[in-house]
Ligand binder design. Structure first.
Ligand code: ATP
Ligand code: MG
Length: 349
């Protein structure tokens, strides 16, 4: 499929806050890879809380249509989440995941080894199911005999568990260690987590090429403990939505700054890169946001589309710039600006 493209149309949705500073930086990194990808065409698209306050819509219909009809992939910046519930507003990124059926959230967490010939201390991918679990948001409150009672529905389906499992096996198969850890809590939630676990474990019998992947299981609580004690045991982890959310933020803490952790939201027909961090209102406007998370998200997006060489070139350039330490933003104890870091990376590419 990748060989067939004459050009690569990339939707850019900076959205709010530092998204507007780091997405342009990611664009320059993509432009720098040259002929490793088909000629890129960038389409600027709007969404976000700021757009909502000005125009009354967080995710314009036009943005959705252009993404669906014209784009091969997209890069999303960040949205600021209002501290209180705002009437009529709902998060555009959550809506986009649903509309484009981006059922997997893929977050590689990698530390940069000081010596390029030595392996990284932390090198894992957290694969989080993106569409169900407690995030179906079916909650209710009633009044019982002893006061108020609140309940939430947790949905786990065989279909969603199987497709996220397949994506995780695929990612594990492409890595040197080929190791997959299935995260659950089926000792307590034997029906819901039991179905997730069974669905994932059943995959290799149906797709024999996945038999090359070694599979382990872990209860989510012990997984968090071991993640902090011995992160090197993990290669690829796959988890239902809520556990994946918690594990991927926890894993990000192992590598220093939110400003370096990328992700993609992926489905069967679309992929959207997105830095893990938010809109960082505390530093927005100073030009000091770390562009690495967005640049790595661009690399991850290209990797997912099959442009391995382009992705490697971007990642290697980022690694060298971080290792050298001359151009680092303040979150990494440096004093460089966003554009200086991006320029240094572009030069390396
Ligand atoms: P939001 O509601 O949009 O998530 P937030 O206040 O939670 O906003 P985050 O963006 O989640 O802010 O960031 C948390 C902290 O990490 C902030 O102090 C922010 O400045 C810092 N941070 C996040 N991203 C970056 C980045 N790319 N470069 C530098 N610092 C960052
Ligand atoms: Mg935040």
């Amino acid at each position: 499929a990748t060989a067939a493209r004459k050009s690569l149309t990339i939707g850019l949705i900076p959205a709010d806050g530092i998204g507007k500073e780091v997405i342009p930086a990611a664009r320059t990194a993509i432009e720098a890879v040259g002929s490793d990808i088909p000629p890129p065409k960038f389409v600027d698209l709007v969404a976000g809380f700021e757009h909502f306050t000005r125009k009354g819509v967080a995710l314009p219909e036009e943005t959705i249509e252009v993404l669906k009809n014209d784009c091969d992939c997209a890069l999303f910046g960040s949205v600021s989440s209002p501290s209180k519930k705002v009437a009529g507003y709902s998060s555009p990124i959550v809506a986009l995941r649903k509309i484009l059926d981006l059922y997997a959230n893929i977050r590689p967490v990698v530390s940069v080894s000081p010596d390029p010939s030595k392996p990284s201390a932390v090198d894992m991918i957290v694969v989080r199911e993106n569409t169900e679990c407690l995030y179906v948001k079916q909650e209710q409150q009633t009044v019982g005999e002893h006061g108020r009672e609140a309940r939430a529905t947790r949905l786990i389906t065989e279909r969603a568990s199987t497709r996220i499992g397949q994506m995780a096996f695929e990612l594990a198969l492409a890595r040197p260690r080929k190791h997959l850890t299935v995260i659950h809590k089926s000792n307590v939630l034997s029906i819901t987590d039991g179905l997730f676990r069974e669905s994932v474990r059943a995959i290799p019998a149906k797709e024999p090429r996945f038999e090359a992947v070694t599979v382990a299981e872990q209860l989510v609580d012990s997984a968090v403990y071991r993640l902090f004690r011995e992160p090197q045991i993990y290669d690829v982890m796959v988890a239902p939505n809520l556990y994946g959310d918690i594990l991927s933020d926890a894993a990000a803490a192992l590598v220093g700054s939110l400003g370096v952790v990328p992700s993609v939201n992926a489905g069967d027909s679309f992929v959207m890169g997105e830095p893990v961090h938010g809109s960082a209102p505390d530093i927005y406007g100073q030009g000091i946001a770390n562009p690495v998370a967005s640049i790595r998200s661009a690399a991850l997006m290209l990797r997912h589309l099959g442009y391995t060489q382009a992705a490697d070139r971007i990642d290697n350039a980022v690694d060298s710039v971080l290792r050298e330490g001359q151009f680092l933003t303040p979150d990494l104890n440096g004093s460089a600006k966003t554009v200086q870091v991006a320029d240094a990376i572009v030069k390396r590419i």
